[in-house]
Design a binder for this molecule. Structure first.
Ligand code: ADP
Length: 587
C-alpha cells in the first residue's frame, strides 16, 4: 500500500485523537509488553518439562515447572483484566469524541451546506466513518503494537534453539508479504466503491422517504422498489467480494502456518533422528516460537489490509470537519452585544448577494427600519424577499455592502448573541416531534404564564385547549398531526414567547383563519409594542397596519411607502394585490 503525503497528514490527525489519553495508551502498551514477555517463557518451560522431565522420567521437574507455568498464566490473566479496563475506556471515548465533534460541526455548518446535502446521507456517512476510524482504538490495533515485540522475542527464541531452521522460517516471509500487498490493494479499491454505494443509497433513501406523498399520489411504488433492488444489489455484490477477499487472506495465513510447521516437523525430525542436533522438546518449542514470528508478521503485513477502510473514512470525516462554518466567515466577528440596550434599528446599505456567481439575487438594496417600526416586504415569487430576510438572519452573507444593527455591521457581532435578539417565523417552519409546549419553549426554561400568553397572542390557544392533552399533546414529525394553520400558530407562539427585540415573519400567517389573523395583526400594529417588525406578506389587512411597505422586484427595491401612498401611486403595487386576489403569482 502506497502512503501519500495526504495520507500521512490524515494518519497524524488520527494519532492526535489519542493525545488527551496518552497516559491510558502508555499503560495499555506497558501491560501488553509485560504480558507478552511472560508468554515468551512458555515454550522454553515446555521444552524443559519435555526434555528434562518427561523424557528422563524426572517427576519433580514436571511438577515444579508445571506450577511455574500456572502462576505465569494467572499473572497474565490479571494483566489482561487491567489492560481491558484501560482499553475499553479508550475504545468508547474515541468514537464518542469523534461523533461529538461531527455533531457540533454539523450544527455550525452554513445553511447552504444543508440545501446541497441530504441529511440521511450526512448521518450515515458520519456514523460509518466514526465506526471505521474508531477501529484504531480497538483491541486489534493495540494487539498489533505488541506484535513487533513478539517477533523480536520469537526470533531470539528460535535462534536459541536452532539457527539453521530460523533461516528457513525467515525466508518464507517475503512470499506472504507479496500476497498480502496484492490483497490489501484490492480490498481498499473495493471498500471505496462500497462506501460510494452506501452514500448513494442513503441519499436516495432519504430523498425517497421525504417524497412519500408524491410516490403514493403518482403510483411510483414499483419504480422505487426497482431502484431499491438495483442499489442493494450493488452493495451486496461488493460486500460478498469483500468477504471472499477476507477469507482468501485468512486462508493464505493458515496455509502458510501449516506449511511452516509441517516443514519444521519433517526437517526437525531429521535433525533429531539422524543429526542429533535437536531435542524433541526443542522441536516443539521451535514450532511454537515460529508461530510467534509468522503470526505477528502476517498481522503486521496485514495492517494495510485490516485497516484499509480507516483511511478513506478518515479522509471523508476530516474533510467534513474542515469545512467552513458560518461563524468562521468574517474575521473578528465577535463583538459582544449589550442585549438589554439594543434598540432594534436595522439598516441595509447597498447590499448585493448571489447564490450562484453568474446571477445576482439581491441588487444594491438600501433601506432603513427605525426602532419599533413595522415594515412589510412584498414582491412577486422569486423576487428575493426570503433571501433578504436570510441575509438579515445571517444565514447568508452579503457579497458586498453591509447590514447594520444599531450602527454595528451585523457580520462582526457574536453570532449567538445576534440571533438571540431576533425571533423568526420562516416560510418553511419546522416543528420538532415532541409536545406543543416544548415546541414553543424549544426546551428552554420558561414559566407557564409566558407560554400561555404567547399561545393566546398567536391565536393558538383555542385549538390547543381543544386537544386531549392540551400543551402536552405531541405534534408528530414536523407537526404532521396538525393543520397548516395550527403549525403556523405554534411557530408564531414560539416567536412571541421568545420576546426578542426584532420580529421577522416570513408569510407566517398565510394559512391562518381570518379571526386568528386579525388578532395577530392587531398585536403587530400596536404602537405600544416596541419591537421592530419585518414581515413578508401579501395580505392587505397586514399591509395596511404597517408603517412602511417595501416593493421588491427581481432583487431590487422599486418603491416604498405607506399602504395608502403606494395604493394611490404605484400601479405595480395595485397589480400585486389584484394578482394576489386570484392567489396566483404573488409570494
Ligand atoms: P421570494 O422569497 O421572493 O419568493 P427567494 O428569496 O426565495 O424569493 O428567491 C430568490 C431567487 O433566489 C429565486 O430565483 C430562487 O430560485 C433563488 N434561490 C433561493 N434560494 C436559493 C438557494 N438556496 N440556492 C440557489 N438559489 C436560490
Amino acid at each position: 500500500m502506497k502512503i501519500t503525503d495526504q495520507d500521512k497528514k490524515i494518519i497524524k490527525r488520527i494519532v492526535l485523537l489519542f493525545k488527551p489519553y496518552a497516559a491510558n495508551v502508555v499503560m495499555i502498551i506497558l501491560i501488553l509488553m509485560i504480558s507478552s514477555t511472560l508468554s515468551m517463557i512458555f515454550p522454553l518451560l515446555n521444552r524443559h518439562i519435555m526434555d528434562n522431565g518427561l523424557l528422563v522420567s524426572d517427576y519433580n521437574v514436571v511438577v515444579k515447572y508445571t506450577f511455574l507455568s500456572f502462576w505465569i498464566i494467572i499473572i497474565n490473566q490479571g494483566l489482561g483484566l487491567l489492560e481491558t479496563k484501560y482499553r475499553v475506556h479508550l475504545s468508547n471515548i474515541i468514537p464518542y469524541e469523534l461523533s461529538k465533534r461531527a455533531f457540533k460541526h454539523a450544527l455550525k455548518m452554513k445553511i447552504q451546506f444543508f440545501t446541497d446535502t441530504n441529511s440521511n446521507e450526512l448521518m450515515s456517512n458520519i456514523s460509518m466513518d466514526v465506526r471505521n476510524i474508531s477501529r484504531v482504538a480497538d483491541r486489534g490495533a493495540f494487539y498489533l503494537i505488541i506484535q513487533v515485540f513478539k517477533i523480536i522475542g520469537g526470533i531470539v527464541g528460535l535462534l536459541i534453539i536452532n539457527w539453521k531452521l530460523t533461516i528457513l522460517v525467515v525466508c518464507i516471509i517475503p512470499f506472504r508479504y507479496l500476497l498480502v500487498r496484492y490483497l490489501s490493494k484490492k480490498r481498499r479499491q473495493l471498500f471505496e466503491k462500497l462506501m460510494e454505494y452506501y452514500r448513494e443509497y442513503s441519499a436516495w433513501y432519504g430523498d425517497t422517504i421525504g417524497g412519500i406523498k408524491e410516490i403514493k399520489l403518482w403510483c411510483l411504488e414499483r419504480i422505487k422498489i426497482g431502484q431499491f433492488i438495483r442499489k442493494q444489489r450493488n452493495i451486496i455484490n461488493a460486500e460478498i467480494k469483500l468477504s471472499y477477499l477476507d477469507k482468501l487472506n485468512e486462508l493464505s495465513e493458515s496455509i502458510l502456518y501449516h506449511f511452516i510447521s509441517n516443514t519444521l516437523y519433517i526437517l526437525g525430525a531429521w535433525m533429531i533422528i539422524f543429526q542429533k542436533e535437536l531435542s524433541i522438546g526443542g522441536l516443539l518449542a521451535f514450532i511454537t516460537y515460529s508461530s510467534y514470528v509468522t503470526t505477528p508478521i502476517s498481522s503486521i503485513l496485514n495492517i494495510g489490509y485490516s485497516f484499509s477502510n480507516v483511511l478513506p473514512s478518515a479522509r471523508r470525516l476530516f474533510n467534513f470537519l474542515d469545512m467552513e462554518c458560518e461563524d468562521d466567515t468574517v474575521k473578528g466577528n465577535n463583538k459582544h452585544l449589550d442585549i438589554d440596550s439594543i434598540k432594534g434599528h436595522i439598516k441595509f446599505d447597498n447590499v448585493c448577494f448571489s447564490y450562484k456567481s453568474d446571477e445576482r439575487t439581491i441588487k444594491n438594496i438600501s433601506f432603513e427600519i427605525k426602532p419599533g417600526e413595522k415594515v412589510a416586504i412584498i414582491g412577486l415569487n422569486g423576487s428575493g424577499k426570503t433571501t433578504l430576510l436570510n441575509l438579515l438572519l445571517r444565514l447568508y452573507k452579503p457579497d458586498s455592502g453591509a447590514i447594520y444593527l444599531d450602527g454595528i455591521d451585523i457580520n462582526t457581532i457574536n453570532l449567538k448573541e445576534y440571533r438571540s435578539i431576533i425571533s423568526v417565523v420562516s416560510q418553511d417552519l419546522y416543528l420538532f416531534n415532541t409536545t406543543i409546549k416544548e415546541n414553543i419553549t424549544l426546551s428552554q426554561s420558561m414559566d407557564d404564564v409566558k407560554i400561555y400568553k404567547a399561545a393566546k397572542e398567536s391565536g393558538a390557544l383555542e385549538f390547543i385547549n381543544n386537544m386531549p392533552e392540551k400543551f402536552q399533546s405531541k405534534v408528530g414529525r414536523n407537526g404532521s398531526k396538525l393543520s397548516g394553520g395550527e403549525k403556523q400558530k405554534i411557530a408564531v407562539a414560539r416567536a412571541f414567547a421568545r420576546d426578542s427585540k426584532i420580529l421577522v415573519l416570513d408569510e407566517a400567517t398565510s394559512n391562518y383563519d381570518v379571526e386568528s389573523e386579525s388578532y395577530v395583526n392587531e398585536l403587530l400594529s400596536k404602537n405600544s409594542w416596541d419591537k421592530t417588525v419585518l414581515v413578508v406578506t401579501h395580505k392587505p389587512a397586514i399591509l395596511k397596519k404597517m408603517d412602511k411597505v417595501i416593493i421588491l422586484d427581481k432583487g431590487e427595491i422599486i418603491d416604498s411607502g405607506s399602504y395608502e401612498h403606494l395604493y394611490k401611486s404605484s400601479h405595480f403595487f395595485r397589480d400585486l394585490l389584484n394578482k394576489d386576489d386570484s392567489k396566483k403569482n404573488v409570494i
